[in-house]
Design a protein around this ligand. Structure first.
Ligand SMILES: NC(=O)c1ccc[n+]([C@@H]2O[C@H](COP(=O)([O-])OP(=O)(O)OC[C@H]3O[C@@H](n4cnc5c(N)ncnc54)[C@H](O)[C@@H]3O)[C@@H](O)[C@H]2O)c1
Length: 453
């Protein structure tokens, strides 16, 4: 190998081509509108007049975690909890660590004048009714993702939010993440040029990841109000597995799209400023492994068409993989993960003459001319640089998302993830399922507010 030639190439690569290594920059959440950032820097105290008193409806896996995180925030207080299962009422009291009223009737919380707002972390088939009831009762509400179980519910929820002037915030925490805020800024600045493709992936490989949660030993029709839990779902006899593993059944959840796509889609909608559902969706997938009676697939890939780019979302419960979303642009790749965002910059130019299959003399003359015209002079060209931003240690997007909700309740400033935003990502999830189950391309008909095949 000609060492001189290699070093010349290397010179060109370094001065004009491949990007320079990126030192990591620590993100400051305060610069992105949140003051609840990370456990490392405690938020400022809140005056007693600004205290927000909330109630929690649903104290399961998610409600428990939200409750615990909310109690770390200044100026908020949990004053009541509701769950249909007695064990979860006890759990709420353990977390709050003081006697609070607990009930099976969430309407008691809506009638309680001491309560400013609710956190609702119930299975998806209950989201619409609880959000509408909260709004009609004059209460603000933080409702978990995905916003809806059925397509039509979203428009009813938007109307309840609008007509009652309530704060509705959907619980996709990436919407408040400092990492995603930085990615949005980089995207808007054109850090990776023109984007035509986005890829988002996530993978799990264990029973818990596939929603096979353990059944509490004391769960029975005596300790759980099973009839109310069924809500608008088809009536059926008490079934502990359905209560515990509701994600596995279409009666209560939306499988992989509603549980997991929604997080990835929220990130994409937020970063790229998307304010509508996708135009089309086409899904493939199957149920190959977790054949435990569930009626939803355990892996799915969906190709979405948006006006400006195509998106593929792939989630499997059969193989552990990294979770990331990457935007592919003419200026490189922006890869967003839970705690960091990186730009792998590309200049999109030739760094060598590109004239394959020419006779020798013609080629030599062209190569000579090409170098004369294209080789950078030292110092004359700006090198493209990779970028790397990390969330602070112990950063918690849930904390910032809850903080944003309580701030909206205090200030009446709009919710960061209102019902319209939540509805668009939920519709994208319904489109993925429509395509999968109907085995057709799902098309969003905005005028009719319907998905068509
Ligand atoms: N944002 C996230 O990262 C995240 C993570 C997990 C779950 N979630 C969402 O949170 C929600 C709850 O999920 P989970 O895993 O905590 O479920 P879960 O089954 O563990 O808990 C739900 C609880 O709600 C109670 N409940 C159901 N209907 C009720 C009603 N009408 N009134 C009072 N209580 C009722 C149940 O008894 C149960 O205890 C779902 O929408 C899920 O998609 C979000």
């Amino acid at each position: 190998m000609n060492r001189g030639r290699v070093s010349r190439r290397e010179f060109i690569r370094r001065s004009a081509g491949t990007a320079l290594a990126a030192p990591a920059v620590l993100l400051d959440p305060a610069a992105y509108g949140s003051t609840a950032h990370g456990l490392a820097s405690p938020p400022k105290p809140v005056p007693p007049s600004d205290r927000v008193r909330f109630g929690v409806i649903g104290v399961g896996m998610r409600g428990f975690s939200l409750l615990r995180t909310a109690l770390e925030l200044p100026g908020v207080e949990c004053v009541a909890a509701c769950d249909l299962y007695d064990g979860r009422q006890r759990l709420a009291q353990e977390v709050v660590d003081k006697p609070i009223p607990v009930t099976r009737q969430y309407r008691e919380l809506l009638d309680n004048k001491d309560i400013d707002c609710l956190i609702a972390a119930v299975p998806d088939h209950w989201h619409k009714q609880i959000v509408v009831d909260c709004c009609n009762a004059g209460k603000d509400v933080y409702c978990e993702k995905p916003m809806t179980h059925h397509l039509s519910e979203g428009f009813e929820m938007i109307e309840a939010e609008r007509k009652n002037g309530r704060i509705v915030q959907i619980g996709s925490q990436r919407r408040s993440s400092v990492v995603y805020a930085k990615a949005k800024e980089l995207y808007a600045q054109g850090a990776i040029g023109e984007v035509c493709l986005v890829e988002a992936v996530m993978g799990r490989n264990d029973p818990c990841g596939a929603w096979q949660y353990a059944v509490p030993p004391d769960l029975s029709p005596q300790t759980l109000d099973w009839e109310t839990w069924l809500g608008s779902a088809p009536k059926r006899p008490f079934d502990p597995l359905r209560w515990t593993r509701w994600r596995c059944y279409q009666d209560y959840g939306e499988g992989i799209p509603g549980d997991l796509f929604v997080h990835l889609l929220t990130g994409i909608h937020f970063i790229a400023g998307i304010t509508t559902p996708p135009e089309r969706a086409f899904s493939r997938g199957g149920l190959v492994r977790w054949k435990d009676g569930r009626d939803v697939p355990d892996f799915m890939t969906t190709l979405y068409s948006y006006p400006n780019f195509q998106v593929t979302v792939r989630v499997t419960l059969n193989t552990e993989t990294q979770e990331y979303t990457q935007f592919l642009g003419t200026g490189g790749i922006m890869r967003v993960r839970e705690n960091d965002v990186r730009v792998y910059a590309q200049d999109g130019k030739d760094h060598e003459p590109c004239a394959p299959g020419w006779p020798k003399k013609m080629k030599a003359e062209y190569v000579e001319k090409w170098h004369r015209e294209n080789d950078p002079r030292p110092g004359s060209q700006q090198a493209v640089a990779d970028l790397r931003f990390n969330a602070p240690p112990a950063y918690d997007a849930d904390r910032d998302h809850l903080w944003n909700f309580f701030q909206s309740v205090r200030t009446r400033q709009p919710s960061v993830e209102d019902a319209t935003f939540g509805n668009n990502t939920a519709i994208a999830c319904h489109m993925a399922n429509f395509s999968y189950f109907q085995q057709t391309v799902a098309v969003w008909d905005a005028a009719a507010k319907k998905i068509k095949g």
